[in-house]
Design a protein around this ligand. Structure first.
Ligand code: SF4
Ligand code: SF4
Length: 459
């Protein structure tokens, strides 16, 4: 599929030649159901749940085990059928988090209902039922920060476009690609439900042009759906192919690329009439509303320096140590293990040999990446301007960096550090190997905190 390359959003980079994704692109999704799962009460930063079960309790797959205790939380469900062994604090990516450990005592059966194989009639499902499903099913964004899905769809702002994010622009990750190829029908049915739930006139499934097979597959399913007669007259869904460019999958960048709309500084997609959801979230919407199965499992890419890079369908709470073992273990002694993709994912271990637990799969764990360690030292900035050229948020990263190092947070604010999306483009391009992303992200968090404190004082 050839499309004319054009600038789709300012800045951005082309980090790789695609060989990183080729490691796992053809690896069909393998189910893995471990003996025990450790389900964290906090599935996204600041999204705590109150655990409702106790050691010794029997739980059924899909049973509610945690109620939201914070704005950023969504309900938690048992991802396996079995017995609660412990409710205890576990170390997870440098923090101690309360978790529920469940021993699995029954086999999991993937749903094999009609919605997984064909377009189904959703005419009698109301918008209220869809919103309730998103809320009760514990749906969260599955590609980014893990924001509870129902909060996006319950906006009082008028929405006219729904973007389904299948860009998967981070190097190495292929879980969304495999989902589009292998779960296309459930995905399209989920998109139709989200379209109805959003109240928008049209949904666009957005992919980059490095995934032509997935685009063609989804277009065929949509064609079949159109011919089947089950689609309502107002169900408009289009597959939109965009040029490959990082960070295409960032919400603001995707909106600009697909719809030529600019989200105002400090604003949300809803401010320009848009909701953005990941393809995994759309598939999960079909599961919860058509299959009565809450969000209890997801696809995770395990890749990089492992023997057999692949994609695994696992219950939430699966041990990452077990997953890497399943992929044949690490192949380099001097390594770095990253939770997610190389541009935005945090490094969770160095020189890891496979003994120690790393972390447990949450609803927004897209991948586990092992990279050979490349030691380098930061050098002084040479004012080349490279970081400024690539920043998709239009910031001047080296100036924010200096201001942050000087602890001049007023200046950080004046330099709009609050708009940093922590995409990693500036660090990637910097010839002086400056840790720009780490510090611009810290500057952003500091500025946002000061803004919140000022707002509280004013109120
Ligand atoms: S300053 Fe933030 S948004 Fe800009 S390139 Fe760096 S990490 Fe990305
Ligand atoms: S890319 Fe690096 S060296 Fe160049 S201006 Fe930015 S911080 Fe300085």
């Amino acid at each position: 599929m050839q499309i004319k390359q054009r600038p789709v959003f300012p800045g951005g980079i082309h980090p790789t030649d695609g060989s990183d994704k080729e490691l796992s692109m053809e690896a069909a999704v393998q189910p893995y159901w471990p003996e025990t799962v450790t389900i964290l009460s906090e599935q996204s930063f600041g999204g705590k749940c109150r655990i409702l079960v106790n050691p010794g309790d029997s739980v059924k797959e899909g049973q509610l085990i945690g109620e939201p205790d914070a704005f950023m939380a969504a309900p938690l469900h048992a991802s396996v059928t079995g017995t609660v062994l412990e409710v205890k604090e576990v170390a997870n990516q440098g923090r101690n988090i309360l978790a529920c450990v469940i021993r699995r005592e029954e086999k999991h059966a993937e749903p094999d209902a009609a919605y997984c194989h064909e377009p189904v009639n959703i005419h009698n499902i109301s918008r209220e039922e869809i919103l309730k499903g998103l809320r009760d099913g514990g749906l969260t964004g599955m590609g980014g920060a893990g924001f509870p899905t129902h909060k996006k769809y319950e906006t009082d702002k008028p929405i006219d476009a729904l973007l389904i994010n299948g860009a998967e622009c981070e190097p190495f990750l292929t879980c969304d690609y495999r989902l589009m190829l292998e779960n296309g029908h459930a995905l399209i049915n989920g998109v139709r439900l989200l379209l109805k739930g959003s109240g928008a006139q049209k949904a666009y499934i957005c992919l980059e042009d490095n995934k032509p097979r997935a685009a063609e597959h989804l277009r065929n399913i949509l064609k079949q759906a159109g011919e089947s007669g089950v689609l309502d007259a107002d169900e408009h869904v289009e597959v939109k192919v965009l040029p490959t460019k990082y960070p295409q999958g960032g919400e603001r960048q995707l909106i600009q690329a697909a719809l030529s709309r600019e989200v105002p500084m400090g604003g949300l997609p809803a401010d320009v009439g848009v909701i953005v959801s990941n393809v995994g979230t759309a598939r999960a919407a079909a599961d919860v509303i058509l299959g009565q199965m809450p969000l209890i499992r997801r696809i995770v890419t395990v890749t990089g320096s492992v023997k057999h890079p692949g994609n695994y369908l696992v219950p939430i709470g699966t041990s990452v140590r077990e997953l890497v073992q399943l992929a044949g273990g690490v192949t380099v002694e001097k390594n770095r293990v990253i939770a997610g993709g190389p541009m935005t994912g945090p490094c969770v271990a160095s020189d890891w040999k496979g003994e120690k637990e790393l972390f447990y799969v949450t609803k927004n764990t897209s991948g586990i990446l092992v990279l050979p360690d490349s030691a380098y030292e930061e050098q002084p900035c040479i004012r080349c301007g490279g970081c400024e050229n690539v920043c998709p948020a239009g910031l001047v990263p080296y100036q924010i960096d200096f201001a942050f190092l000087e602890e001049d947070y007023d200046l950080c604010e004046k330099l709009f550090a609050s708009e940093c999306i922590a995409c990693g483009c500036c660090s990637y391009i910097c010839p002086a190997k400056r840790e720009l992303t780490v510090r611009t992200r810290m500057a952003r968090d500091m500025v946002k905190q000061r803004m919140r404190e000022r707002a509280v004082k004013k109120a």
